[in-house]
Design a binder for this molecule. Structure first.
Ligand code: AMP
Length: 370
């Protein structure tokens, strides 16, 4: 079977790597012939007008590695080849207002929010929701881009000046969360679904820096609640493939959905060595209609992102139980260049192993202070 991937970034690269032992080949549609996945399969150059049809003719099923692809492209593809996750999942997850509205319709809690079309809307919403609040673009936001935190009334005009041109926007009540969690699930066309254990994530300047999985101190009821929310979304969207939901855990133990991604996700990279079946393999299995694999964690696991600079990666190779994953990208500030996976018998030991990677973490990472 040949899977076509729209985009040839690191997610495409790890999909191709996961497919290889199963005899699944990937082909890519991307305008950058030096992209991380470009050497791992046949590459169709997006800049060539004939490339899209050639790409579609060469593959059995199509998927994507970013929800920021155009709906027009998704619909063109879906009319010719099975596209998973389908355009419905894509349409919702690329628009923060639609995403949160759907969650609330399905009884899934989110931070309180308002749609913002004008400065007046913003002033009224800031009064209704109270400050602090977070103003976000509805589309194309990632890694904390297109966002402004409003702390005082004076910030309202500044935030509008910065983001108003991209209206409609969404204003969200600021959640004083205790931690950020994510739930990853895979569903196939037969409606079978599997759920990974909740993962704890720590972000710095909007970018994921490290994850711990399974997250600690997760009562069975919390995992169950997260799976229940996920199940409602999977069924409503008739979703096929991986779906990731990012959650805030509040002081009183509730889960609020922040956003979702219809794809494999950075917070699931630990599954490569840490779970019985990686998120990449389960995504391929799901979109090819194959049985889904066990999502059980083999051991407590962690993932540390390599951001901006590679650093002394040989030191990672020297650390027992550490697994280096590089994406073949040039260094650039804030760019995801790779990640390091860790696993060991106990969470306490895992924390020590994460601390040993302090060169790859910001100085104020909570794990370094613990
Ligand atoms: P997002 O792009 O929505 O994932 O937001 C990036 C980061 O900003 C999140 O990981 C949170 O750390 C923070 N953030 C986003 N929305 C809120 C909110 N409503 N309340 C508090 N923090 C938020």
């Amino acid at each position: 079977m040949k899977v076509g991937v729209l985009g040839a970034g690191q997610l495409g690269r790890m999909l191709a790597l996961a497919g290889t032992p199963l005899g699944i080949r990937c082909a890519f549609y991307d305008g950058d012939l030096t992209a991380p996945a470009a050497h791992l399969g046949q590459n169709f150059d997006q800049r060539d007008p004939a490339a899209l049809d050639a790409f579609l003719a060469a593959v059995d099923v199509v998927t994507y590695e970013s929800e920021n692809i155009s709906i027009d492209l998704a619909e063109y593809v879906a009319a010719r080849k099975p596209l998973y996750p389908g355009p419905g999942s894509l349409r919702i997850s690329q628009h923060r207002l639609k995403e949160k509205t759907l969650c609330n319709e399905l009884g899934i809690p989110t931070p309180a929010f308002r749609a913002i079309h004008s400065l007046d809307d913003l002033k009224n919403a800031a009064t209704e929701l109270g400050l602090p609040a977070v103003l976000k673009t509805t589309t194309m936001g990632y890694d904390g881009k297109g966002q402004a935190v409003l702390r005082s009334a004076a910030d309202v005009d500044t935030a509008w000046a910065a983001l108003g041109k991209q209206a409609p926007l969404i204003l969200e009540a600021f959640v004083d969360y205790t931690r950020e969690l994510s739930l990853l699930a895979a569903r196939n066309a037969a409606g079978e679904a599997v759920f990974y254990p909740l993962t704890e994530n720590w972000h710095y300047q909007g970018i994921l820096r490290y994850s711990i999985a399974p997250a600690e101190n997760v009562p069975a009821a919390l995992q169950q609640t997260a799976e229940d929310y996920m199940n409602r979304l999977l069924k409503q969207l008739n979703h096929v493939g991986m779906l990731t939901v990012e959650l805030f855990e509040t002081r009183d133990g509730r889960l609020l959905v922040n956003e979702m991604a219809p794809r494999v996700h950075n917070s699931g990279h630990w599954t490569i060595e840490g779970a019985e079946t990686s998120q990449f393999e389960n995504h391929l299995r799901a979109i090819l209609g194959k049985p889904l694999g066990s999502t059980e964690a083999r051991q407590p696991s962690a993932m540390v992102n390599i951001i901006g600079e590679h650093g002394d990666v040989d030191a990672v190779l020297r650390q027992p139980g550490a697994h280096l994953h590089l994406y073949d990208k040039d260094e650039r500030p804030a760019r995801k260049l790779g990640h390091i996976n860790l696993h060991c018998h106990h969470h306490v030991e895992l924390h020590d192993k994460i601390r040993a990677l302090r060169d790859w973490l910001p100085a104020d990472a909570p794990i370094l202070k613990a």
